[in-house]
Design a protein around this ligand. Sequence first.
Ligand SMILES: [Zn+2]
Ligand SMILES: [Zn+2]
Ligand SMILES: [Zn+2]
Ligand SMILES: [Zn+2]
Ligand SMILES: [Zn+2]
Length: 560
Amino acid sequence: MQQFFFDETLRNDGLGDALDDKACSCCKNVYPRQSRRFRCSDCSVFVQCLDCVTSRHSLSPLHRLKEWNGTFWTATTVKKLGIVYQLGHGRHPCRRPAPKVHDLVVLDTEGIHTVSYRFWGCDRADRANNLEQLMRNEWYPATTVDPDTCATFRSLETFRILNVVGNINVHDDFVGSMERQTDPSQVDKVPDRYKAFGRMTRGHDSGGLAGTANGQAALLCWPCPHEGKICPRGGATFLYMLLLAMDANFRLKSRLRANEHDDPPLGDEWGYFVEEAPYKEHLRGYVAEKDVSTCIAFAALLQKDTRLTTGLRCSGVGGVVCARHEVVRAQGIGDLQKGERYANMDYILVFAILGITALYLAISYDITCQWQINIRKRLEKMPEHLVIDLSAITLLFALPVWHAAAHEEACQNENSLTYQDGVGRTDGEGIERTGSVLNPISWATKEMTRGARADSMEDKIDHHNWEKNINQGTTLPRKLILAIDERDHQVEAFKEVDKTLTRSIRKQWQKQIDDWKADRTQPNPYLMAKGKDGTFSVFLMCAALTRQQAGPLKPQYAWR
Ligand SMILES: [Zn+2]
Ligand SMILES: [Zn+2]
Ligand SMILES: [Zn+2]
Ligand SMILES: [Zn+2]
Ligand SMILES: [Zn+2]
C-alpha cells in the first residue's frame, strides 16, 4: 500500500496518462515532431500543445505553467509564452487595447507572478484611469503612481484571515510563503514585494469613507444594550445593565519610529481606537495625579507615572470591553504614555460609553477602589462635549473577582464583583482574556509605525469581536444551563438555612444589609469577622447556624 501511494504521488511528476499520447488532449491535433508540451497547475493535470495553452491562458495570467523538457517538467509562465494580458470590462478583454505593453508583479495566493498587460484603449478609458482599471480587475496596486506591483484581492483576503486567526505576518510568513510557492528551490530571483504587500494589506475598507462617523466601523456587541437595541428605553432593571470591564495592557507597547508621521492609520477614529489628535490634546492638560491610597496593599502595584518609557511611543494601551461577552467597545482603546493614569483611562471610558442608553452601568476595574473615588468629579471636568449626563444612571464600581484578591481584605469585601447586586456571576476578568488574544501580536505591533500598528490591532480586535459575537449562540445557552442548575442549588440551600432562623434574627440581618446598601460607610455585613471584636459576619452566621442545626452545613452550600 505504501508503494501505491508513493507511485501515485509521483505519477504526475512525469507525463502520467499522457505518456503515450500522440495528440494534444485538448485540440486532439497530433503533436508535430519536437513540439512543445505544457501542463497548467491551476487548470488540471492534462497535457496540452502550445496553441492550446496559449489560447486557454489569455484570460488567466496568474496560472502556473510547466513545460515538458523531454525528461521532466520545468516551470514557465504565461508571460514567457508571450501572452499579453488585456485588462477589460467585467473581465472581458477590452476590444481596443491601448498600444503600450506594461510589466507588473502580481502577488497572488499561489505565488508571485510577473505579467505583461495592456490598459484599455476604447472610449471607456476616458472614464477610468489606470488605477481604476487595475482595481476593477481586482488587482490592488501598491502605489498610486505608475504601479509596478499589485496584489490580488483574494490574496489580501487570504492574508487577512491568516493574520487575524494565525498571527501570520507579512514578511517571513506570507510573502515568504508565496516566494517559496513560486520557486521552492529559491534559485530564481522572485521579485521582493514585502514592502509593497505590507502597504496593500491595509486597504480593507471601501466606499463612503468621509461619511464614516467615529466608532462606526467597529463591530458592536450583539447581546449588550445599545441605543435602540436590546435595551428598551427606560429598561430600568439590572437585566439591561451595561457591564463593562476596563484595564491597561502594557504588552501592547510601541517603539518610537523615525518615519512616524508618514504613516497615519487608515481610519484613526472609525473603529476601536480613540482618535489620536484630540486625545493627545486632552492629555496635554494633565497634571500628575496625587491620590492617597486607602488600599495600601494594592497601591504598591500601581505605577501610574513611574513606568519606564524610554524609547517608547506608548507604553501600552488602556481598553474597555463588555464584561459579559468580552467584546471590545467602539472607541474603547487608547494608547498609554506612562502608566495607568486616570487621565488616560477616564478619557477612554468616556468614549466607550458615549451615547449610553442603559440606566444601570457597572464598571469592573482592578484599581477601582482608588480610581472610583473622584471619578464623578473628573468626568464632570471633561471637555464640554464629552460630559456624559450620569444623573439618571445607577453607577456601580467593582473589582474583578480574581484581581480582588490582590487588595486588602476590607477592600475586597467592599468592592469585589462577587458581592455586587445585579451582576450575576460575572467575574470581570474577560478583559484579561481579550488581552491574551492581542498579546501574541504584540511582538510584531511593537515594532510597527503608529498607523500600521493601529490598523493591525483594529483588524485583530474586529476579528475577536466577530468571533465573540457569533459564538454567543453556543456560549450563552451553555452558561444558562449551568446558571439554572446552580440557582436551584442556591435556592435549596437558602431555604434550608432560612427555615432555621428566628424572625428576629432575620429582621436584624436584613436591616444590616439595608443599612449597608443605603450607606456604604456602615459595617459591611458580608465581612468576615476576626477575633472577639468581630461584628455581625458570615463567620458568626455560620456559627449560629451550626448551633441551631442538627448537623453542619454541606460544604457546597457554605457562604463564600
Ligand atoms: Zn492542443
Ligand atoms: Zn491554466
Ligand atoms: Zn474597452
Ligand atoms: Zn456584550
Ligand atoms: Zn483595593
